[in-house]
Design a binder for this molecule. Structure first.
Ligand code: ZN
Length: 250
């Protein structure tokens, strides 16, 4: 497709700089200067439409229903009393391919990596026969979203929607507190850190009331964030909330 100058000038700055078209115009040029490489192993990609090579995807340990980390995380979540089930795809390992992929998504702005991950999560949901009416990405605080330019959990949800056909409702819950990073916190500290961090938006009652919700995050560790957000959905009348993530971490 060739874009004429007047067509480009008609587009708003928002469209240009929100990613899509700007990258569309520049990517053939950038691919020539920098051939597309895998965000994890940095080797050339055969299929330039993707950002991660198959070898790297295959190197990541998979979650199954009888994986010890899955059983442990699911038990913790269900014991908290709000979430009714858990689905995930990968094991998060320090310095592993998943960490490189998550880093490329969150800090290098590769939104399409989020959709690739989401498609894999959607395929797992199908294989595990998890039914849903609506997908809700864990929201970022608006200051964080502005800084990053997008919500990585929303990109995952879009990928899940592409595979399952279930609609995404990204604005049903808002993050009302800017929570500190949780990596150094204990399980109890994490719980306190995310308590009352979310607020349901009543404008979305119809989308949530009586519905089977899937709450999506990139990585689940203790489940404190998912649980806090799930409480808001149950208060809003959700039939059930299933937690879903691209990976589980120890
Ligand atoms: Zn690779």
């Amino acid at each position: 497709m060739e874009l004429k100058h007047h067509q480009i000038t008609k587009l708003s700055f928002h469209t240009l700089f929100s990613g899509g078209l700007f990258r569309f115009i520049t990517s053939p040029f950038l691919d020539f200067v920098y051939p597309p490489i895998c965000v994890s192993c940095k080797l050339a990609l055969r299929d330039g439409s993707q950002k991660v090579c198959e070898e790297c995807w295959n190197s990541i340990e998979r979650i199954s229903r009888d994986h010890p980390l899955y059983i442990e995380t699911r038990e913790k979540l269900l014991a908290a009393g709000t979430v009714s089930d858990l689905v995930s795809v990968f094991v998060f390992q320090k310095e592993g391919a998943f960490q490189h992929i998550a880093h490329a998504l969150k800090y290098d702005g590769y939104e399409s990596v989020g959709r690739e991950l989401g498609e894999r999560l959607g395929m797992t949901m199908k294989a595990w026969d998890i039914q849903a009416d609506v997908l809700i990405p864990i929201p970022l605080h608006k200051a964080k979203r502005r800084e990053r330019g997008f919500n990585q959990a929303e990109q995952l949800a879009i990928g899940v929607a592409l595979v399952t056909g279930v609609e995404v409702c990204p604005d049903a819950v808002r993050r009302i507190r800017h929570t500190q990073t949780q990596t150094q916190l204990s399980s109890d500290e994490r719980k306190k850190n995310v308590e009352d961090a979310f607020e349901f938006n009543p404008a979305y009652s119809k989308q949530i009331d009586g519905k089977r919700c899937i709450l999506i995050d990139d990585v689940i560790t203790t489940g404190a964030t998912i649980d806090s957000c799930a409480k808001e959905l149950m208060r809003a009348g959700a039939l059930r909330v299933v937690a879903a993530s691209a990976a589980l971490a120890q």
